[in-house]
Ligand binder design. Structure first.
Ligand code: PHE
Length: 339
């Protein structure tokens, strides 16, 4: 019996050693150690061994099983390491590989223009302020010197959410919110979405504006003209000129419409500027003293200027885009051209 066990053990150890894969090893384990394996069969033969020899023979069988199990375990580790190494060699990553078809996103032209405008003003010492798109009638109209039933409301009638709440029609309410919140000197720009019930090639029911407000001692229309002239040169090109035309806003007095020399023909007259050489870009003016007073600022001590421009409109002028609607269609071919 002892010899049988030894022979079987050697045979099993040799079989383990000869395995070239974990699959082979699995078969060998089943063959010798499994439930119907050869070692188990030997154990079954124990009933024929005389009772006094059983413990000794049993010991041999256990030793043999331990030896085979240990050999199988160590072989398994070696084989696993070998397999992992082979796998890694086969699957190695080429870090120099250049993919050719990666589709990069890009910023929307309006976002590019908005960022550029904000950058110009922050470099002049303005900070960025924001306000809610769902606004109170008080901030959007009344505090800006547009009482209920004032005809100026028709110019920008809006989407009402009940009697006192609406979607803001301009970024000007943030002027009021800021002045109620902070003491002068104030120097802010306010980018944001606004809403009006217009919808055609040059108007969209939702569009973006940038508001500007400066309040300090001795601020005049000249300061407004200086800042806007510098702004236009930075945004379009250094030869750009601006001109003021008289206008009307209830919250500024005097009020102006600001034109820039056409960025396409530089003032000669073309299709973009309808032959005039000038393009209207924004509304502005000296802050109406009534608005300052509405916000608790002493209009004898302080004065200010404000301006507001449409970002879509500026984007159209800057890039010569004839129809505003293309800015809202998100056609990837159009957007990609701004990358
Ligand atoms: N809020 C005005 C508009 O939306 C623009 C404007 C802003 C005019 C500030 C003057 C001063 O049309």
């Amino acid at each position: 019996m002892k010899e049988k066990i030894e022979i079987l053990m050697r045979e099993a150890l040799a079989a383990v050693e000869a395995c070239e894969s974990n699959a082979d090893l699995g078969k060998v384990k089943v063959k010798y150690l499994g439930k119907s394996g050869e070692l188990t069969a030997l154990l079954r033969g124990m009933k024929d061994v005389p009772a006094d020899q059983r413990p000794v023979i049993g010991g041999y069988v256990n030793e043999a099983r331990d030896a085979i199990t240990a050999a199988a375990e160590s072989k398994e580790k070696t084989l696993k390491a070998k397999e992992t190494e082979e796998k890694m060699l086969k699957e190695s990553i080429d870090v120099t590989y250049q993919p050719t078809d990666v589709k990069l996103g890009s910023l929307h032209p309006c976002t590019l223009v908005k960022n550029e405008i904000v950058d110009i003003f922050t470099s002049l010492g303005f900070s960025v302020a924001q306000g809610p798109e769902v606004e109170l009638d008080f901030f959007n109209f009344q505090a800006l010197n547009i009482p209920k039933d004032h005809p100026a409301r028709d110019m920008q009638d809006t989407f009402y959410l009940g009697d006192e709440m609406l979607l803001r029609t301009h970024t000007s309410p943030v002027q009021v919110r800021t002045m109620l919140d902070k003491k002068p000197p104030i120097r802010i720009v306010v980018p944001g979405k606004v809403y009006r019930p217009d919808d055609d090639a040059t108007h969209s029911p939702m569009f973006q504006q940038i508001e500007g407000l400066v309040v300090d001692k001795h601020i005049t229309l000249c300061d407004l003209k200086g800042i806007l002239s510098l702004f236009a040169k930075e945004l379009f090109d250094k030869n750009t000129k601006i001109r003021f035309r008289p206008s009307y806003f209830p919250f500024t007095e005097p009020s102006v419409e600001v034109d820039v020399t056409c960025s396409q023909c530089h003032g000669k007259g073309c299709r973009l500027c309808k032959g005039t050489g000038w393009i209207e870009v924004l509304g502005a003016g000296v802050v109406n003293p009534k608005v300052l007073e509405n916000c608790g600022i002493d209009s004898n001590e302080y004065s200010g200027f404000a301006f507001g421009m449409g970002i879509e409109r500026i984007t159209m002028i800057k890039y010569g885009i004839p129809d505003m609607r293309i800015l809202f269609e998100n056609d990837a071919r159009f957007l990609r051209s701004f990358r």
